[in-house]
Design a protein around this ligand. Structure first.
Ligand SMILES: [Zn+2]
Length: 212
């Protein structure tokens, strides 16, 4: 009787552990990764919780065996734009680069190169968002201190009299263009080993829309 109880407990533990494991996308298939991110984003929109793996076991595993993130997410520092929640991602899944306005300079470019060249991520997503303060500052032309450097970078890609929505998208495209200035990434992209996609996160609905 006692042995039977132990066996049932072990079986239940196995089933529970199996269910708790996160299915991760095929890192060599960027379409699969995009679909996975969209699926996880839909979960985020319809749920109040993040179901991702942030367990002690996952911490131990990634500390001992290293990281293999499937995507690099370049996004804004805005506290309403939390990438790991938006995509229901746990430890070791996303390599995240954040600056106000998701702009790209040398440090950010080096970080992205590391994420794809050394860690093996194959999809780079530049994730802009609605109601971005940096984009709004660029449209109003008002900034001081080091913030001005950020705003000037965004202004450089905007035509006169563009709407806020257009500015958000053009700023994402500008960051993609900056990323393509990297010889390392340009070569990986030409070999179909890396894909760069733009997207907009709606801070009110929680939805991510990929741009074409
Ligand atoms: Zn922003």
């Amino acid at each position: 009787m006692k042995i039977k109880t132990i066996l049932i407990f072990i079986a239940m533990l196995f089933i529970f552990t199996g269910c708790a494991q996160t299915k991760t996308p095929d890192v060599f298939d960027t379409r699969d990764i995009m679909n996975f991110l969209l699926e996880k984003n839909a979960e985020y929109v319809s749920s109040d919780k993040n179901s991702a793996d942030v367990s002690k076991e996952k911490r131990t595993d990634t500390a001992e065996n290293g990281q293999s993130p499937y995507a690099v997410i370049v996004t804004c520092s805005d506290s309403r734009v939390p990438p790991e929640h938006i995509f229901q991602a746990g430890i070791g899944e996303l390599f995240v680069v954040r600056t106000a306005g998701n702009i790209i300079g040398h440090f950010e470019l080096g970080s992205i190169e590391y994420g794809v060249e050394h860690l093996g991520a194959t999809l780079i997503v530049v994730l802009g968002h609605t109601q971005c303060g940096a984009v709004e500052a660029a449209l109003s032309g008002e900034a001081h201190g080091h913030i001005k450097a950020i705003v000037d970078e965004i202004i450089s890609c905007l035509p006169k009299n563009c709407t806020k929505e257009q500015a958000e998208r053009l700023n994402v495209q500008n960051s993609i263009d900056r990323i393509r200035a990297s010889e390392i990434i340009k070569e990986l992209e030409s070999l179909d080993k890396v894909e760069i996609k733009g997207a907009i996160y709606n801070i009110a609905t929680g939805e991510v829309e990929f741009l074409d």
